[in-house]
Design a protein around this ligand. Structure first.
Ligand code: SF4
Length: 337
């Protein structure tokens, strides 16, 4: 069995439906080694392919404009669920779901699950398995909860780095969470947002571990970051031109608030947020109105402090540090087109 379902028949239907001659293909890092397999259905219907090889972290970043510039008629974006970002070309999202049965690994990990009421979380690759996992848990006397999707997720239980809606919607009803997926950022974010333990199961390595969020240590680090930033005068409010990260409305509001608080603020627009370019502006700190993961994941790559929008409000005295709020993207962050 193939590791991922690349939905070859659906891809061909889409290409035929749009009478495509040339298609742009977008792949996140984890799927790139499957390129050969991915291009096969395009070749079968005689469609030329352009692999758009810039970085691709999410459905917030469809490369429709680049694909159009290259003369593509359509874009096929793999590895993420459609989050409703508008595109200038017909765009198909292939979620690259993993068909492998995950109940065996969940069953092996169950002795580590100490909760009686558990919230189930996953990424889109494993979303189809959540109901089966819920059934397994019920058969063991554990009550499962699958939370409602937030504004960006498409499915119940689907966790994104910028949308913890499915976590928050069940947080008060569960003792902890069970996460199925790779990587630790998503479950750690959920743990920090709720202060609850998470049993994280990696269905590829078949490993599992309990993540106990050190909320105090995390918040101490963020407080220190706010204090460092508060000593600065001049700030860059970073906003990305990636369509699903382009929080210009939020950036403008933050810049205005900073100015009212006596700071100097410039809105800096980039495609990818990289310290190499941003360091040249001689600023004392940055506020990230692009992807919410950046100030948490990438802070150490910057010489200057990088704050989230919420932390900025704390710095200028417009919000209290407690209760701490993780940054998430909301529809109100964007200018209406
Ligand atoms: S904004 Fe960040 S966390 Fe959200 S989908 Fe894009 S890359 Fe992922």
């Amino acid at each position: 069995m193939n590791l991922y379902d690349f939905e070859r028949a659906r891809v061909k239907r889409f290409l035929r439906q749009h009478r495509a001659k040339r298609a742009g293909i977008q792949l996140p890092a984890g799927l790139r080694r499957h390129l050969q397999e991915i291009v096969e259905p395009f070749a079968e219907v005689d469609v030329e392919t352009f692999m758009l090889a810039d970085s691709c972290y999410g459905a917030c970043d469809p490369a429709d404009v680049r694909a159009k510039q290259l003369g593509c008629d359509v874009l096929v974006h793999y590895g993420h669920a459609d989050m409703g970002v508008s595109a200038c070309l017909p765009t198909l999202y292939i979620e690259a779901r993993m068909p492998t049965d995950q109940l065996r690994v969940v069953e092996r990990a169950l002795p580590e699950l100490k909760f009686k009421r558990v919230g189930l979380l996953t990424t889109v690759q494993h979303i189809a398995h959540l109901r089966g996992v819920a059934k397994l848990l019920r058969s063991r006397g554990i009550k499962p909860f699958i939370g409602r999707p937030g504004p960006r997720a498409k499915y119940p239980g689907q966790l994104l780095g910028c949308d913890f809606g499915c976590v928050r919607s069940v947080a008060t009803r569960v003792d902890g969470f069970l996460y199925i997926g790779t990587g630790e950022f998503h479950p750690l974010g959920a743990a920090l947002a709720t202060g609850k333990q998470i049993l994280a199961i990696n269905p590829i390595s078949e490993g599992f571990k309990v993540l106990t969020p050190d909320v105090d240590a995390f918040q101490r680090r963020r407080k220190a970051m706010i204090a460092r930033a508060a000593a600065g005068e001049r700030f860059g409010v970073i906003v990305s031109s990636k369509p699903g990260q382009a929080r210009f409305k939020l950036a403008a509001k933050l810049a205005e608030d900073l100015k009212l608080a006596g700071k100097v603020a410039h809105v800096l627009t980039v495609d990818e947020v990289r310290p190499e370019e941003l360091g040249d502006f001689g600023l004392d700190g940055f506020i990230c109105a692009a992807c919410p993961r950046i100030p948490i994941d990438d802070a150490e790559r910057f010489e200057q402090p990088v704050l989230t929008p919420f932390e900025t409000q704390v710095m200028i005295g417009k919000a209290k540090f407690q209760p701490y709020r993780m940054d998430e993207v909301t529809k109100g962050d964007f200018y209406q087109a």
